[in-house]
Design a protein around this ligand. Structure first.
Ligand SMILES: NC(=O)c1ccc[n+]([C@@H]2O[C@H](COP(=O)([O-])OP(=O)(O)OC[C@H]3O[C@@H](n4cnc5c(N)ncnc54)[C@H](OP(=O)(O)O)[C@@H]3O)[C@@H](O)[C@H]2O)c1
Length: 232
């Protein structure tokens, strides 16, 4: 893919916003930010908004409208979608979410209805059982705080995989997201691959590197139909 419109869900979030910036800066895609509060993107990329390359649409993944009409409208004419939505509050995450299964499920239905056949979705490397992760994460953080979110992410991953071959898809599974690399780690290139991160990885990744991978996927630089872990 090297043109058309990409609709980014979770566009006010860290990764979604950086993905839109990168799409506008380095590709020929037009960009639609699908957000619950379009005001939150007021002033984003003003030159691209003025030229028509960027616009925001109001859209709540959990309120897709009758027959998913609001989501279908947000996707109108698009070539691809990015799912970068998430639950920012760890306590809300602990209570559980259906954002991935229900919201992502609605997105998949709407994509089919709108004829949008390319999806890059962000979940987490937490969906994998990694014995190399720190004990505090494996025995406390994951089971007590994040288990339900990961279960919901797995449901979305399964729904995406089941949409093959109609859907061209890539799943991006970052480890812990940081806005910027920790001091001294700036030059580190992320590891990207299927399955568990290699031993000795730091277990974090900068959102900018995740955005770069999402854009690379959209440009067809990775084989479709794979879940890619990204970590430093
Ligand atoms: N944080 C981490 O360490 C970590 C690690 C691995 C994976 N991840 C996953 O990576 C993804 C991106 O994370 P991030 O930290 O960059 O995102 P983030 O800053 O937490 O942003 C979350 C985004 O999701 C949107 N959203 C939430 N509910 C929505 C709904 N019902 N409809 C539409 N949009 C909705 C939010 O919109 P509003 O502005 O309207 O709230 C926001 O734009 C998430 O799926 C996250 O779970 C995170």
């Amino acid at each position: 893919m090297d043109g058309g419109t990409v609709v980014v869900f979770g566009a006010t979030g860290g990764t979604g916003r950086l993905t839109m910036e990168r799409l506008l800066a380095t590709t020929r895609f037009n960009v639609v930010g699908a957000v619950r509060r379009p005001d939150a993107l007021a002033g984003f990329a003003p030159e691209h908004a003025a030229s028509g390359r960027f616009r925001a649409v109001a859209c709540d993944l959990m309120d897709p409208g009758p027959g998913d009409a609001r989501l279908i409208a947000a996707l109108d004419g698009a070539a691809a979608a990015v799912f970068a939505a998430g639950v920012a509050d760890v306590w809300a995450a602990r209570r559980g979410t259906t954002l991935y299964s229900e919201g992502g499920g609605a997105l998949l239905r709407a994509m089919r209805a709108a004829g949008v056949r390319v999806l890059v979705a962000v979940t987490s490397d937490g969906v994998l059982d990694d014995p190399a992760k720190p004990a505090v994460y494996r025995w406390l953080v994951k089971p007590l705080l994040l288990r339900r979110v990961y279960e919901d992410m797995v449901a979305l991953e399964q729904a995406i995989a089941a949409a093959s071959p109609w859907l061209k898809w890539a799943i991006v599974r970052p480890s812990r997201l940081l806005d910027a690399p920790p001091a001294g780690a700036a030059a580190r290139q992320p590891w990207i691959g299927e399955g568990l991160m290699p031993p000795g990885s730091g277990g974090w990744v900068a959102r900018g590197d995740v955005a770069a991978l999402i854009v690379a996927c959209l440009e067809g630089q990775a084989r479709w139909g794979r879940a890619l872990t990204i970590t430093c």
